[in-house]
Design a protein around this ligand. Structure first.
Ligand SMILES: Nc1ncnc2c1ncn2[C@@H]1O[C@H](COP(=O)(O)OP(=O)(O)OP(=O)(O)O)[C@@H](O)[C@H]1O
Length: 252
């Protein structure tokens, strides 16, 4: 479904992501792990066509055979929020503070379809119910907790049944008590739609639960990839071993 080949990202002459290659199949759940600054977010942003202007990407990102690196902004924005969706760490950055959340969910269904306002509102309400928020349609984002806001963002991301959902540290900014709940909603949401998932985190316990396959990044490169089981039980790269040793999974 998506094939990334020889992807590099540059700031001037400096390579921040180097020669990264991986594939994600239909419905597959892939984890991207590695320490802060290793290039995980830049890799995800490149796939979404959201790289900051000062950065430049080379290589290839094929989505259903279409080259995204040379796609126009118009084509990319049509794909985003439709076939490709995302949930980032900070939910407030994805929400409009001045618009009621129900309307924001409804707009995301209307952007990519031709439904009437009434149908869009009904769908938005159903989506909000599916993330456990039946009573927030008329609320503004500031009236919600962080976990509730992230659930609204998830409802928006899932609104158009994306082929691929990219989550970049989606629970890191949340209270520990609601992290598991949001994670379960993400997993349930992608399973129900057979969406593929690219899940970025530094939390190995989470990827062990969530992902079929893992990519390990270090200094802009993928140093190891394989099934979650292989990578977590028989890591080949010294860096992966260090990551494991530093985590609670050591005994797994
Ligand atoms: N716009 C930019 N200009 C120059 N350097 C950048 C820019 N954005 C990111 N970088 C650098 O690129 C490297 C990779 O950043 P990236 O955000 O992808 O890392 P990450 O693995 O996602 O880390 P984190 O877990 O902290 O989000 C970092 O060294 C970062 O400082």
């Amino acid at each position: 479904m998506i094939t990334v080949a020889g992807l590099s990202v540059f700031a001037g002459d400096r390579a921040l992501v180097r020669n990264v290659s991986f594939e994600i199949g239909d419905g597959e759940r892939v984890g991207l792990i590695g320490e802060s600054g290793s290039g995980k977010s830049l890799t995800a942003l490149t796939v979404l066509g959201l790289l900051p202007e000062e950065l430049r990407a080379t290589g290839s990102v094929l989505f259903h055979g279409k080259q995204l690196l040379s796609a126009s902004e118009r084509e990319l924005s049509r794909l985003r929020g439709n076939a490709l969706a995302m949930v980032f760490q900070e939910p407030m950055s994805a929400l409009n503070p001045l618009m009621r959340v129900g309307r924001q969910v409804a707009e995301s269904t209307r952007l990519h379809g031709t439904r009437s306002r009434r149908k869009a509102n009904e769908k938005a309400q159903r989506l909000l119910e599916s993330v456990g928020l039946p009573d927030v349609f008329r609320a503004y984002p500031h009236q919600l907790s962080g976990g509730q806001r992230q659930r609204v963002v998830l409802a928006i991301a899932l609104a158009n049944d994306p082929a691929l959902l990219i989550c970049d540290e989606p629970t890191t900014a949340l209270d520990v008590t609601v992290q598991a709940q949001v994670l379960d909603l993400i997993l349930g949401g992608v399973a129900e739609r057979s969406s593929a998932l690219l899940f970025i985190t530094h939390d190995l316990a989470v990827v062990a639960r969530v992902c079929d396959r893992l990519l390990v990044m270090l200094d802009g490169e993928i140093v190891e990839q394989g099934s979650t089981r292989e990578v977590l039980t028989a890591p080949r790269h010294e860096y992966t071993r260090k990551l494991l040793a530093a985590s609670d999974l050591e005994a797994a």
